[in-house]
Design a protein. Structure first.
Length: 198
């Protein structure tokens, strides 16, 4: 009797990364608390997201949270994430992200063109502060991100919507296309806010 064997092709999963790049020091991160709350709630409720989505939080260029090494749990509230006190675990086996976006959230003075240039992913500069509308074009010209959004009022709900839609529409996609998503989805989400592309 001969032995039967089957070859099954399994498509490898594509992991998409979202980097929240924040200022360090005394900067008040209140605008990102709803973002972290929404994303961490989704990640806790849907454990399979670990294989397709990686959340990285940086403060002044230093990584304080990386979901690939710091699994979320019920105690992983936004303050713990921002302070970098979520416990680390061993590596996730070296699974690399193959697509991603960096969202730099800061005042015009705190946005760092070197970090924009060195980002592994396309960057949205989210400019906060009373003078955000006046400085939006200058920041875009000097820092050269893919997109710049002016947010003088600290619209945490809009920021959370951008991140949530990125997770739902890009990370959950079989073929994530960050550039196409930025071209077609960011402008409608930020309608009524200062916005520069290109």
């Amino acid at each position: 009797m001969s032995e039967l064997s089957f070859e099954i092709e399994v498509d490898s999963l594509v992991r998409t990364e979202l980097v929240l790049d924040l200022p360090g020091g005394e900067w008040n991160p209140a605008i990102v608390v709803p973002v972290l709350t929404e994303l961490s709630d989704k990640m806790l409720a849907q454990p399979h997201l670990d294989s397709v989505f990686r959340l990285v939080v940086q403060r002044a260029g230093v990584t304080v949270f990386d979901s690939a090494f710091q699994p979320l749990n019920i105690n992983s509230h936004p303050d713990a994430i921002l302070r970098g006190v979520v416990p680390r675990r061993a590596s996730d086996g070296g699974m690399k992200s193959q697509a991603g976006m960096t969202l730099m959230i800061a005042s015009a003075e705190e946005l760092d063109s070197d970090r924009v240039r060195k980002s592994a992913w396309p960057v949205i500069a989210w400019v906060v502060g009373a003078d955000a509308n006046e400085l939006c074009v200058r920041v875009h010209r000097e820092c050269k991100p893919a997109r710049t959004v002016a947010d003088p009022g600290g619209s945490a709900d809009r920021l959370a919507l951008v991140c949530s839609r990125f997770l739902d529409e890009v990370a959950m996609s079989e073929q994530p296309d960050v550039s196409c998503w930025m071209d077609n989805r960011v402008s409608p989400i930020t309608e009524g806010m200062g916005y520069v592309a290109g």
